[in-house]
Every structure is written in structure tokens, then in C-alpha cells.
Design a binder for this molecule. Structure first.
Ligand code: ADP
Ligand code: MG
Length: 247
């Protein structure tokens, strides 16, 4: 089943063209890593998919539903996790997870709490439900953010550099939660600089450059035998940077 179809989507900020006729599709259960240089439009792509930015042209379909015609319905099929966690600071971990199900989905409290507890266990934070975000490490906060997005039971999860603001020793615990979701066959698009993750977990890798997906291929191909010098140069640079930061 086709979960996302983007047809020639365009996005500009003023005169700056950030997405330039971007087209792709994502099938159910696929994990897509989105890589590419800073400023190439990766965040904007995800933000357009979930309706945080309006596209200026083209069309997006989520499970066949046009975001232009039925935005609310289409956007609700997706959850998103950001680099900066974006948790509600004055709510406990449990309240962070139950807020949207109670208010948006109108779930009854007992069901919402039960589901939240199951999700917290899943991300290894069963003992943190009464903590506030400020009492958690970055890795724990991000795991709460993932559980919170999952609390709305999305079919598709979008991650925008979920580990970029974490200390290197905390990256693994977050990636491992994302890996678990991949094993559960949740459809995912993950913007990441973690090339090991991209290589091991993704079914396909999108390489973005100057507002275009210039490569959409299996990880074996892009990492072992990149088709352009541009991609090769980027990979070399990232691998060197990661080597530095993980020492
Ligand atoms: P990436 O995530 O690949 O680093 P972004 O999608 O964040 O790239 O940004 C792509 C380009 O769009 C950059 O030049 C960025 O400065 C610009 N941009 C992103 N968001 C906005 C905005 N809200 N207003 C103006 N320019 C923006
Ligand atoms: Mg970005």
C-alpha cells in the first residue's frame, strides 16, 4: 500500500526556492532515511508533508488522501519527532503522552493512561511517568517525544534529526527505539546524519541537494557505490565529522 505520494511539490520562502519539483512515494512499512547537506531542504520536506508548512505547488497524498482537499485527515495519519524534543515542560511525562489522545482523539482517561504506560515501557521509561521533562536526560526526553508522537497511533512517523542535539553517548538509546519501531513495520522517514543507522535500518535512502531528491536508492548502493561525486563528497565529509564527534 502506498502511504505517501508526493507529486512535484514546490516550496519557496520568498524568493528562495527550497523544494523544487520533489516527487517520491513511500510504501507501507518502509523506512526511508533522508540525508544531504545542511540547507538542502530536508526539514522543509518533512514539515510540508505534515502540514507545518504550506506547499506552493504540486500535491501530497497520504494513504491516498490529498492534503490539499482533506488536510486534517491526511496530517493525522502522521506523527513527527523534532531535534529539540518540544515536550510540554509543565506537564509530567505521562501527561505529555495523554494530552493529545484526551483532547484531540477524545479518548477516555483510563484508556489514554493505559496506552501511555504501554508506550513508556516500550521506550524503556516505565519508571518515569511522574517525572517532568527537566528531570530527564536528552536521550530520555527524546524517547518520551517518540512515545508521545506514537500515542496518537500514527501510521507514519517522521523524524527530523532526532539524535542531533544529543551527547554522543545518548544517541544509541534513541536509535534503538527507532529501530524497534522499524521492526514493528511502522512506516518512517528519518532525516539523519547517522550513516550507520541509515545503512542498517533503511529500505531506501533519499539524498537531497538544493531542494531536490537527487538519489532515491537502496542503502547498499548509496554507501558502497555512490552514483555521483556530490554524494561521495558528502559521505566522506559526514563520516569524518562523525568519527570526530564519537571519539
Ligand atoms: P535542511 O533541513 O536540509 O538543513 P531546511 O529545510 O531547514 O534544510 O532549509 C532549507 C532552506 O530553507 C535553507 O536555506 C533555510 O535557510 C531556508 N528556510 C527554512 N525554513 C525557512 C523559513 N521558515 N523562512 C525562510 N527560510 C527558511
Ligand atoms: Mg534540517
Amino acid at each position: 500500500m502506498e502511504m505517501i505520494r508526493a507529486e512535484k511539490i514546490n516550496k519557496s520562502f520568498g524568493k528562495l526556492k527550497v523544494l523544487n519539483d520533489v516527487s517520491f512515494e513511500v510504501q507501507q512499512g518502509e523506512v526511508i532515511s533522508v540525508i544531504g547537506p545542511s540547507g538542502s531542504g530536508k526539514s522543509t520536506l518533512l514539515r510540508c508533508l505534515i502540514g507545518l508548512e504550506e506547499i506552493n505547488g504540486g500535491e501530497i497524498f497520504v494513504e491516498g488522501i490529498s492534503t490539499e482537499k482533506e488536510g486534517k485527515k491526511a496530517f493525522r495519519k502522521m506523527g513527527m519527532v523534532f531535534q529539540g524534543f518540544n515536550l510540554f515542560p509543565h506537564k509530567t511525562v505521562l501527561e505529555n503522552l495523554t494530552e493529545a489522545p484526551l483532547i484531540v482523539k477524545k479518548e477516555d482517561r483510563k484508556t489514554a493512561v493505559q496506552k501511555a504506560r504501554t508506550l513508556l515501557k516500550k521506550v524503556g521509561l516505565g519508571d518515569k511517568e511522574d517525572s517532568y521533562p527537566s528531570q530527564l536526560s536528552g536521550g530520555q526526553k527524546q524517547r518520551v517525544a517518540i512515545a508521545r508522537a506514537m500515542s496518537m497511533e500514527p501510521d507514519i512517523m517522521l523524524f527530523d534529526e532526532p539524535t542531533s542535539s544529543l551527547d554522543p553517548e545518548l544517541v544509541g538509546e534513541v536509535l534503538s527505539v527507532i529501530r524497534d519501531l522499524a521492526e514493528d513495520k511502522i512506516t518512517m522517514m528519518v532525516v539523519t546524519h547517522e550513516m550507520g543507522f541509515a545503512r542498517d535500518v533503511s529500505d531506501r535512502v533519499f539524498f537531497m541537494d538544493h531542494g531536490k531528491i537527487i538519489s532515491d536508492t537502496v542503502p547498499e548502493k548509496i554507501f558502497v557505490n555512490p552514483e555521483s561525486e556530490r554524494i561521495q563528497a558528502f559521505l566522506t565529509k559526514i563520516l569524518n565529522e562523525n568519527r570526530g564527534s564519537h571519539q
